[in-house]
Write a protein that binds this ligand. Sequence first.
Ligand code: GLA
Length: 385
Amino acid sequence: MDDAQLLRAQFAAMFGSAAALYRAPGRVNLIGEHTDYNDGFVLPAAIDLACWVAAARRDDKKIRIYSANFQESVESNLSSEPSQRSGKWWDYPIGVAWALQEAGHRLQGANLYISGDVPLGAGLSASAAIEVSVGYTLLDLSGCAIDRTRLALACQRAENEFVGMRCGIMDQFISCHGQAGHALLLDCRSLEHRAARLPDGVRLVVCNTMVRHNLAASEYNTRRRQCEEGVSRLAEVLPGIRSLRDVALPELERHRNRLSETVYRRCRHVISENDRVHRFALALERGDTSSLKQLMADSHRSLRDDYEVSCAELDLMVDIASQQKGLLGARMTGGGFGGCTINLVEAAHARNFQSGVAAAYRAATRKDPDIYLCEAADGAGRRND
Ligand code: GLA
């Protein structure tokens, strides 16, 4: 029995009917970190780790959800205000149902069986994968047309306002719009985007440090505030600006004395990172692998020294990667303070890279890292077999 058959069988055993099958992927970000909530540019790719939903429509307004990962069920009613956030996994699906209804969709009740293999809390957007897969499912079962950008925005709203995490748009957007074999260059202000083909013979190797420092959420919000402070100080002398996206490095340097040293460095990261995204997209087009490597190294350094969202384990993982054969670029990916690094690796060396990094990381930390050899995958969809 393959995974799809198994999920359908599990659904039938629990809910007693046939199911349709949906999936939405997790992601890695190749470059453009902490730029999305600054109206900037990002270059993520959806990966072949995903959240799956087996589902069937109900005739009433109830949503019954079972999570295979947590082995727990929950029920919610679409006709009444959802209960308050609970801090549990079901805030994501219930928040998405709420946000879709707020956006004007008339949803029908459904039974959902959810199962995912995106590791939780590892910075690969397991939360966006559950939001988008459930959102796509509910829309499709309710007979609503699916606009991927509106779906991404509703999922982001669910996370911002229901779950209570002030994330940007990157994770939900790539989970909706991913394209196999490609990364996506996204302008987080206009939401214009274009697919950027990944070079043939390159694997996306994701190395999990297996640590998650609990600073992550609070420091994320602190960084956002520091960027906002930078914008409001700079706007006193650069009245046209709305976000760090609108500031060039020479302008930042000219007005450096208006900012505290910390806020200056936060701004310098964001502004220089936006520039690196464009240069990276160009290097991808030209097949210029030496620039890719340099830009990823510069991005990591900027996140470590200016933005201060790396940690010893991420720095070590990048350092170990740089000693392996076939590496075309390595950096931390996602919000930081633990989680994963993304490595571009020549396919022929990918297996040795995997075992080499695992052995060296284990020797240095006594932790066994999970290392995933990923492909760039399609965004959310229904499985029609
Ligand atoms: C998290 C957030 C994203 C983005 C990244 C950092 O993954 O969910 O919106 O801000 O951190 O680039």
